[in-house]
Design a protein around this ligand. Structure first.
Ligand SMILES: [Zn+2]
Length: 148
């Protein structure tokens, strides 16, 4: 309600200003003022009748602006950060399941109790244009890791 009173006061002020200082008023000011009143009314309407929408909108803006830049693409670019955000994600177990419990290089079976001895290896080395993500990682036994 206060907002409507405020708007009324502003309009009265503008009217009075027009009446007594007509020589200072240019025509474009009327358009500016009309634009201001229009935007004000739209905001008022949104705030009072579409509050969830405005809330979501502002919350998204707030969250996004608070997000550190390195969060974007963190899954493919920053392994440590990814690990910090997904503490229960075990990359070796996941890869071992994906490879059917076998070494990526020699296809020998790897016991899941032996998984901590395995090494991660890029299928396509980074210097050859390989990506730093799950799809480009293979799990190899320690023996294969020594060779190339
Ligand atoms: Zn192997």
């Amino acid at each position: 309600m206060n907002a409507i009173i405020f708007l009324t006061v502003i309009c009265c002020g503008y009217y009075i200003f027009n009446k007594y200082f007509e020589e200072h008023v240019e025509e474009k000011y009327h358009y500016y003022f009309g634009g201001f009143v229009g935007v004000y009314c739209v905001l008022l309407y949104l705030y009072h009748f579409e509050y969830p929408f405005v809330y979501q909108l502002l919350k998204n803006v707030y969250d996004t602006s608070n997000e550190p830049l390195y969060n974007f693409n963190a899954q493919v670019s920053n392994a440590e950060l990814f690990q910090a955000q997904h503490p229960n994600f075990n990359i070796k177990e996941t890869l071992l399941q994906k490879q059917g419990g076998r070494c990526y290089a020699c296809s020998n079976f790897i016991m899941s109790s032996d998984a901590h001895n395995t090494k991660l290896k890029y299928k396509t080395p980074l210097q050859n244009g390989g990506q730093n993500n799950m799809e480009n990682l293979g799990l190899v036994c320690p023996h294969c890791f020594g060779f190339n």
